[in-house]
Ligand binder design. Structure first.
Ligand code: NAD
Length: 467
């Protein structure tokens, strides 16, 4: 099936397409339109034109429009979930496509109800000062391939809610589900308010450089984040950058290994490990090291992996060959360096990018799989004896997205968590996010936050009004 762009309320075909394959079967799923400068200019011009009226729509009407989008996502959830599974690989069930569509709805409705009222910061005999929040203009959204629909919603809804208009570009690995979702949503909005274009990576660069795009919201790798910041500099765009992570989890000696195994598993292997804030390095105290390794391996051993359209599957393939090769290389490098394979590590030849759930023990810092973001279903477990040393090792990273402490002593765990250099710190869990809590990275993991009132503010400029 040939997909189209959606610009200014109309379906727009392109001269060239690229093939999109199902990562579980290798079968052709659809043909993605490849947009260039001309289509980008048309989408930006439509968004700029629509901004003139959308920015003046009343707060209540914009709120209602966002709720209508939430309802539309609910009505079309099953169609979108099936397309997402075929394109991204994640299963329908488990923490898969249906879960992702549920997240899209929840975030949309929650964000619809957020308010940014006028703030009075002074009102006395010397005068009154009010802070008004205004929309920025045309927002360019650039998304990755791991949670394509949820991340698109995270970008689009707060932008629309605050009166901006949007041009969104999905990842070239997973464009079709976004093209379809945005086509559906655009259909219930005034034309030009929300536009979708797809193409290759250079289209993202063109967006970052475009003089009529006023803000870029980007989720993706650190390397691309750096490029966007450089491309956006000459036009002084507002930027929110949600970048990569290499989250550490630290297990203290007082835990019950069996009780935390499930939490550790999902913290690490959610979406096959292809999640920015997944647990990617696990530091375990020597006293409980063998028990934690055994309990986690036992839990992971029973998770079924296969074609995500099969209702019995809980885990799908890696999304693409590039990432599959990266995970395989990092695991091979660790094993060559002396890592002990507790589970997985030997992918079978065959159709689809299925890499087995892999757990490696006796790995140390300095090994590539510890120092780099693997972004796949392989977890290194590192032994430590001194918790201060473990904290120092957790912080010895350019990234700072999330981190976790696992202990029965909650107060001690919180004290240690406060020493982690990261945007989100969890106790006895990892990776939990919610629409009312700001989420973002420190250090090389990004700039700015998403979600909640703080996230909403990033789509506005402040005007101080003095009387
Ligand atoms: P990526 O950086 O390769 O691609 C992301 C998007 O950027 C794609 O749409 C791509 O076409 C576009 N792009 C590529 N080059 C560009 C350029 N020069 N200018 C503008 N756009 C360009 O990332 P990915 O591989 O799709 O995603 C995985 C990465 O995303 C991981 O590092 C992961 O940790 C990170 N991520 C972060 C968060 C977060 O919230 N912090 C969430 C999900 C994923």
């Amino acid at each position: 099936m040939e997909y189209n762009l959606y610009i200014n309320g109309a379906s727009v075909p392109t001269a060239t397409h690229m093939d999109i394959f199902n990562p579980a079967t290798g079968e052709l799923l659809g043909k993605c339109p490849v947009a260039g400068r001309e289509e980008l200019d048309a989408a930006v011009a439509a968004a700029a034109q629509a901004f003139k009226s959308w920015s003046k729509v009343s707060n209540e009407d914009r709120k209602a429009a966002c709720h209508a989008i939430g309802k539309l996502l609910e009505d079309n959830a099953e169609e979108l979930a099936k397309l997402l599974t075929q394109e991204q690989g994640k299963p329908l069930n488990g923490v898969g496509s249906r879960f992702e569509l549920g997240g899209c709805q929840a975030w949309t409705h929650f964000t619809a109800d957020l308010e940014l009222p006028v703030e009075v910061i002074q009102d006395n005999e010397e005068g009154r000062v009010e802070l008004h929040r205004k929309p920025i203009g045309v927002v360019g959204s650039i998304t990755p391939w791991n949670w394509p629909l949820m991340i698109a919603i995270w970008h689009v809804i707060p932008a629309l809610r605050t009166g901006n208009t949007v041009v969104i570009k999905p990842s070239p690995y997973t464009p079709l589900s976004t093209l379809r979702m945005i086509e559906l949503i655009s259909g219930i909005l005034p034309k030009g308010v929300l536009n979708v274009i797809s193409g290759r990576d250079d289209l993202g660069q063109m967006m970052s450089e475009h003089e009529d795009i006023h803000k870029i919201i980007f989720t993706g790798s650190c390397a691309t984040g750096e490029k966007i910041m450089a491309s956006a500099a000459p036009t002084l765009k507002r930027l929110t950058l949600e970048l990569g992570g290499n989250d550490a989890g630290i297990v203290l000696p007082d835990v019950d290994a069996k009780a935390i195994a499930e939490g550790l598993f999902w913290g690490s292997f959610i979406n096959g490990g292809q999640t920015c804030a997944a647990l990617k390095r696990l530091y375990v105290h020597a006293d409980v090291y063998d028990d934690v390794c055994a309990a986690l391996t036992e839990f992971a051993r029973n998770i079924p992996m296969g074609n995500g359209l099969d209702e019995n599957m809980i885990m799908g393939p890696v999304q693409n060959e590039m990432q599959y090769n990266k995970v395989r290389d990092l695991v091979e490098d660790a094993v060559a360096g002396g890592a002990r394979v507790l589970l997985g590590a030997n992918p079978e030849e065959g159709t689809g990018y299925f890499y087995p759930l892999t757990i490696l023990a006796d790995v140390s810092d300095g090994t590539r799989i510890v120092d780099e973001e693997q972004f796949g279903p392989a977890l290194p477990i590192i032994k430590y004896t001194d918790v201060n040393d473990a904290i120092a090792r957790a912080n010895a990273s350019d990234n700072g997205l999330g981190g976790s402490i696992w202990s029965n002593d909650i107060e001690q765990a919180k004290a240690l968590a406060s020493r982690l250099e990261c945007g989100s710190a969890w106790i006895n869990k990892h990776g939990m996010i919610q629409p009312n809590v700001p989420f973002g990275g420190v250090k090389g993991s990004g700039i700015g936050v998403e979600f909640g009132v703080d996230g909403l503010k990033e789509y506005t400029t402040i005007q101080a009004v003095f009387t």
